[in-house]
Design a protein around this ligand. Structure first.
Ligand code: B3K
Ligand code: ZN
Length: 852
């Protein structure tokens, strides 16, 4: 397993201006004929090297004649004389036997493709690197009864009937694209069809392709698509460029969705929804992912990545864009809270662990392992900071310049920053460290007030922790939104102010401060840092009550919870009164909306609490969190019961109805902490009365950790009702894997033998294994059984689908954070994984780096 380094990048030896493909599709034996037009790039005499994975050439022709070739571990090597040539190859593949779900594979009777990052080489011989852009023309033929619909990128330019029940279609994509954006689908599909008129008045045909019976579940995805198309015009000035935009939903998919030019392919969980089967969170995720993939049409397809080290160029930027879209479609404050929670839960631990890497990594063994929270979500934070520093107007100028300057090119993160610099005149030299230095910066802050001079001094310090392969880091540019709030008046003193911390230490003075001020800092999470503020008694309580910035108010409330929870892990139940008072104030507030309240009442997860401890003690964390929940549930029972009984229209997807439903289940969960019997009864009643999946799943999420016949009855009912709907059945598995019970490991082991469990479908596998591994208290069972189960599942699925397997390894990789007993057991499983003969490169990289 060899590592590939960013510093070794060299431009391609050969360009491929044209690709012609011909597919004779068949699930067991698909014939692929390809004709590549090649042009020598620069003055050299190197052979053309066409990547291939598992391909056997049946014929190779150069300029129409048989030509000598060789295979170098899968790569087809041909010496070419002149400066251009046409190379034709012919191969045969079996989509039905493709369990990796990379390349051309079969899913529920469909044939579909997934090429990013390096799947195209499993379909035909090709350079298969993102800086080789080609015009594609694709002819597909297939059995007309089994595969009546034939789709590929671009425009349909012809179709007709062929021999023996077959038919064909010819597609051409006018936009040059890298091979990772190639896509093709054949199957028995029906479309929800609509139209969109672009800002310049062009008509675009929109189709969402699904099984006929799923058509009623596509309305929300279509609404989201149209809203995203409009938003990208309004906010970024980006117009869609083809006459056709297709989305296809498939059941077996390695991740969320894929932005292939003009033909996005989606995991069906990010397309299909109705109120009976999907939660409000599912609806929001669909809107976010549909928008994300659509936005890639510019940030990814029109302007793409030079090499895979630049992945965040398209992913960080596109996540930032989809976050902005969702913020504009609902509550911006709540969206920010959700995004920051995800960053802290997924990216901060990554940045603090053995797999830490910069937003622009320096090396990889398997690129698929670098589709990480760092590249995506920290990458989005880096773009957000640039906007904060430059201001909205200059940022928009910068993005216009970027798209304009690089349209049709494969470029780097550096090109993006340069466009921002050129458009704004702001020097971003030091800012670039955000791309190269890994690790979450730690910022310490202290505000001193001097009443005699009516001034305050803010002292700031930053420290960037060491990460694997990186020590002694330089100070970064950290944009901090700061406001001072009068302790007595509650009014903001002066304006909110943007402070750029760019030295190890800085002091900032504020004048004309007539009353003792509270420090509200990193408002809206202006920088992705860990903040430690030295405060006086009562400050947090006050901020949780009066900070006018909703995000900052939420943060103060969470800090109060952490303070009590961490103390509780050390010395048993801590005094809950400050938290109870803050929650009471939040619940009673008339100015806060229910969605915000739902967020503010949610106790930090056990995982997040663990991240604040020197060594994670899962049992102590669980006890501490449960005891705080009990205190809140019993002291605020009547307020919570009122919030739980509020009724939102079941068929109403408005932000306010969703907020009411969110708060309802959080309130139920807190109440059940105070009184388990009452909780059981109320949860069962919520389940029975529910006319939507949000309330139903919410009830089950509380019942799952309780004990009683109500629990069994509800889960049995849910299974009977939804056993034929695989996306909903995933929830049934997930809810049981997330149970906070001492027998969860037994239940999960039994579920792995359930007739509805299988490892070929990634959604089902993740529903059980992924949710269990994220269930800190259950997964870290002191016996080590949880670790063994997850390691077994990783090894089993790795033989079939390495990508899915490798994504789960980091849960075992955090062993250094745990006491020596658990750490040893986790390590032992990693050792066992690495020692298993024949493991994939994907799993090897993650497991060996986690041990190192
Ligand atoms: N670009 C794809 C991710 C592909 C993952 C390949 N292992 C989806 C997305 O980020 O939009
Ligand atoms: Zn993306």
């Amino acid at each position: 397993h060899v590592a590939i380094f960013r510093k070794d990048y060299r431009p391609p030896d050969w360009l491929v201006p044209e690709v012609r493909l011909e597919f004779e599709l068949d699930p067991d034996r698909t014939k692929v004929r390809s004709r590549l037009k090649l042009v020598r790039n620069g003055d050299h005499n190197r052979a053309i090297r066409l990547a291939g994975e598992g391909l056997e050439p049946l014929a190779v022709r150069v300029d129409g004649a048989e030509a000598p070739w060789s295979l170098d571990s899968g790569t087809l090597v041909i010496e070419l004389e002149g400066d251009d040539a046409t190379v034709e190859t012919e191969i045969e593949i079996s989509p039905a036997a493709n369990n990796k779900l990379m390349g051309l594979y079969s899913s529920g009777g469909l044939l579909c493709t997934q090429c990013e990052s390096e799947g195209f080489r499993r379909i035909t011989f090709h350079p298969d690197r993102p800086d080789v852009l080609s015009r594609y023309s694709v002819r597909m033929s297939a059995d007309k009864t089994r595969f009546p619909i034939l789709l590929a990128n671009g425009n349909l330019i012809g179709s007709g009937d062929g021999e023996v029940g077959r038919h064909w279609a010819k597609w051409e994509d006018p936009f040059p694209k890298p091979s990772y954006l190639f896509a093709m689908v054949a199957g028995d599909l029906a479309a929800n069809s609509d139209r969109f008129t672009t800002m310049s008045g062009r008509e675009v045909a929109l189709n969402i392709w699904v099984r006929t019976r799923d058509l009623p579940k596509t309305a929300h995805a279509m609404d989201s698509l149209k809203a995203a198309m409009r938003w990208d015009e309004d906010v970024y000035g980006r117009e869609y460029d083809l006459d056709l935009f297709n989305i296809v939903a498939v059941d077996d998919f390695n991740f969320g969705a894929m932005e292939n030019k003009g033909l996005n392919i989606f995991n069906s969980r990010y397309v299909l929804a109705d109120q009976d089967t999907a939660t409000d969170v599912d609806f929001d995720n669909i809107a976010g992912v549909v928008a994300h993939e659509y936005f890639h049409n510019w940030s990814g397809d029109r302007v793409t990545c030079r090499d895979w080290f630049q992945l965040s160029l398209k992913e960080g930027f596109t996540v930032f864009r989809d976050q902005g879209f969702s913020a504009d479609m609902g509550s911006a404050a709540v969206k920010r809270i959700e995004d920051v929670r995800l960053l802290r839960a997924a990216q901060f631990p990554e940045d603090a662990g053995p797999l830490a890497h910069p937003v622009r990594p320096e090396s990889y063994i398997e690129i698929t392992n670098f589709y990480t929270a760092t590249v995506y979500n920290k990458g989005a934070e880096v773009i957000r900071m640039m906007r904060t520093i430059l201001g909205e107007e200059a940022f928009r100028k910068g993005s216009d310049l970027y798209f304009d300057r690089h349209d049709g090119q494969a470029v780097t993160c550096e090109d993006f920053v340069k466009a921002m610099e050129d458009a704004s005149g702001v020097d971003l030299s030091q800012f670039r460290l955000w791309y190269s230095q890994a690790g979450t910066p730690q910022v310490a802050a202290k505000l001193d007030y001097d009443p005699t001079s009516a001034s305050a001094t803010l002292k700031l310090r930053q420290r960037i922790p060491n990460t694997p392969g990186q020590a002694d880091k330089q100070p970064m540019v950290i944009p901090l939104n700061v406001a001072l709030i009068g302790k007595d008046s509650g009014a903001t003193v002066g304006e909110e102010r943007l402070i750029l911390l760019n030295d190890d230490e800085e002091s900032i003075s504020f004048f004309g401060i007539d009353e003792s001020p509270l420090l509200s800092i990193n408002r809206d999470f202006s920088a992705p840092v860990m903040l430690a503020v030295e405060r006086q008694d009562g400050d947090l309580e006050k901020l949780a009550e009066i900070d006018a910035n909703p995000f900052a108010r939420y943060e103060a409330c969470q800090e109060l919870m952490y303070r009590s929870l961490i103390e509780g892990t050390r010395s048993g139940p801590a005094d809950p009164s400050a938290v109870v008072a803050a929650i009471r104030g939040t619940l009673r507030s008339n100015e806060l909306d229910p969605a915000f309240k739902g967020e503010a009442l949610l106790l930090p997860s056990e995982g997040l609490i663990g991240d604040r401890m020197d060594l994670v003690d899962p049992d102590a964390i669980h006890r501490s969190r449960e005891s705080l929940r009990t205190a809140i549930g019993s002291e605020l029972a009547s307020e919570l019961a009122q919030a739980q009984s509020a009724i939102a229209a079941g068929d109403d997807l408005s932000a306010s109805a969703k907020g009411v439903r969110k708060l309802k289940t959080v309130a139920l969960w807190l109440l059940a902490g105070g009184d388990r019997d009452r909780g059981l009864a109320m949860a069962k009643a919520q389940y029975d009365r529910a006319d939507n999946m949000t309330d139903r799943q919410g009830a089950l999420s509380v019942l799952t950790s309780l004990e009683g016949p109500e629990r069994e009855a509800a889960f049995a009912d849910f299974y009977q009702r939804y056993k034929n709907d695989s996306l909903v059945l995933d929830k049934w598995f997930a809810l049981q894997a997330a149970a906070q019970r001492t027998d969860t490991i037994d239940v999960v082991e039994a579920l792995a033998r359930h007739e509805d469990f299988g490892i070929r479908n990634p959604n089902r596998w993740r529903a059980l294994v992924g949710n269990f591994a994220a269930n800190q208290w259950a997964f870290h069972h002191p016996s080590g059984r949880g670790y063994r189960f997850v390691a077994d599942m990783i090894l089993e699925v790795d033989r079939m689908n390495p990508q899915v397997a490798a994504r789960q390894v980091p849960s075992l990789g955090r062993w250094r954070r745990f006491e020596s007993g658990r750490a040893g057991l986790m390590r032992a499983e990693l050792d066992r994984i690495v020692a298993t003969p024949g493991i994939s490169r994907d799993v090897y990289e993650q497991a060996s780096k986690s041990l190192g």
